[in-house]
Design a protein around this ligand. Structure first.
Ligand code: B12
Length: 304
């Protein structure tokens, strides 16, 4: 694998630091012949760059696209820089039980296997939306039931959040680069809301849908979120509301944020378990899932 001395060809977009494979290297990873891959590159089925010496190089994000869309098996996970994938391959999960499996791995604190499972779901063609609204939501719901029964529940909630965040960061490196001209989306969870995972997921599903994103994290004062929007002019702002003990004036604060955004024609989309605290406001859209967030963001981007 090398990243040196490449020219962009045939519209393949890649980030400067992105790894790339020769047809031979990739053929060993996915078990196709080198000549098949060379043919696909030359016919444009697979986008590639060429080194100054004329050698074909397939960017990793393009290799990932090929694996996902063609449902190709990964025979050598290490060759793809993802050795933890073999953990998921050694003990395959029954379809439909991915949320339960993820819960068990999070409960065991097995961070590598968690990463392997999420990467394997993604490589098998599942979208990040499906993974977020499906197995991740279910596994965290199960984790959330533990604290009522055992003292260790709280640290398990923190650990599960950390392990999933790390796994999602690994998946983020597999996404196709977003053009600098793509619409921007920014968002956060408000002051008093410590929940980091939902706002992180919002940012990743939007990035996978082709948006530039800035996740401003949890516990952010809404006046700061308004200021960020005024400076950055995003197409949309998301607000994730999970905490069940929000400040007494939370509804009024969200209304003020929506007013400031509406003055710049920026729409606010709210979601999360406690989204009911957001007021009914013409500039606020209420959504129940990451799928609905992306659908709404796409509508707004088309209109602008
Ligand atoms: C992790 C966690 C914590 C961690 C958070 C760590 C961190 N850094 O993020 C910590 C330990 C801090 C914590 C604390 C508490 N927690 Co807590 N926590 C959880 C847990 C297990 C997971 C939350 C999570 O990340 N879920 C993953 C996301 C992806 O799933 P989701 O929230 O369902 O989100 C989906 C949708 O709502 C939507 N969505 C979410 N955000 C957005 C945003 C937009 C814009 C859109 C469109 C959609 C959208 O898409 C998501 C995917 O489908 C939940 C259980 C659960 N069911 O969620 C309990 C849970 C929320 N906590 C609970 C409780 C009681 C508490 C505590 C009071 C006590 C405790 N357990 O420690 C404190 C209170 C903290 C506070 N100030 O509010 C309860 C709330 C009960 C209630 N009244 O409803 C829950 C439900 C657990 C339970 N079953 O009892 N918690």
């Amino acid at each position: 694998m090398s990243t040196k001395g490449m020219d962009l060809q045939r519209g393949a977009r890649m980030i400067a630091t992105e790894p790339a494979y020769s047809p031979k290297e990739l053929s060993q990873v996915i078990g196709l012949s080198e000549s098949t891959l060379k043919r696909w590159v030359d016919s444009g089925v697979v986008a590639a760059v060429k080194t100054p010496g004329g050698h074909r190089r397939i960017p990793r994000t393009e290799a990932i696209r090929l694996i996902r869309e063609s449902n190709l098996p990964v025979i050598d996970p290490s060759g793809l820089g993802m050795p933890e994938l073999s953990l998921a391959q050694e003990s395959p999960t029954t379809p439909g039980l991915e949320g339960l499996r993820l819960f068990e791995l999070l409960r065991e604190g097995d961070a590598r296997h968690v990463r392997g499972l999420l990467i394997s779901l993604y490589l098998s063609g599942r979208s990040i939306i499906e993974i977020a609204d499906g197995p991740i939501r279910e596994a965290m719901q199960r984790i959330g039931e533990l604290w009522q029964h055992s003292e260790s529940g709280i640290f398990e909630e923190h650990r599960a959040t950390q392990e999933l965040s790390a796994a999602l960061a690994a998946i983020q490196t597999l996404l196709a680069p977003v053009p600098t001209t793509a619409p921007l989306a920014i968002g956060a969870a408000p002051s008093g809301d410590p929940y980091g995972l939902p706002t992180l997921l919002a940012s990743i599903v939007l990035e996978a849908a082709g948006f530039r994103t800035q996740n401003l994290g949890s516990d952010l004062p809404l006046t700061s979120l308004a200021l960020a929007a005024e400076q950055l002019s995003p197409s949309i702002v998301w607000l994730s509301l999970t905490s069940m003990s929000p400040p007494a004036d939370a509804t009024a604060q969200i209304g003020s944020l929506a007013d400031r955004l509406a003055a710049r024609s920026i729409r606010l989309v709210v979601g999360g378990r406690n989204r009911g605290i957001a007021p009914n406001h013409p500039a606020i859209h209420h959504a129940m899932s990451m799928g609905e967030l992306v659908a709404f963001a796409r509508q707004i981007a088309v209109k602008r």
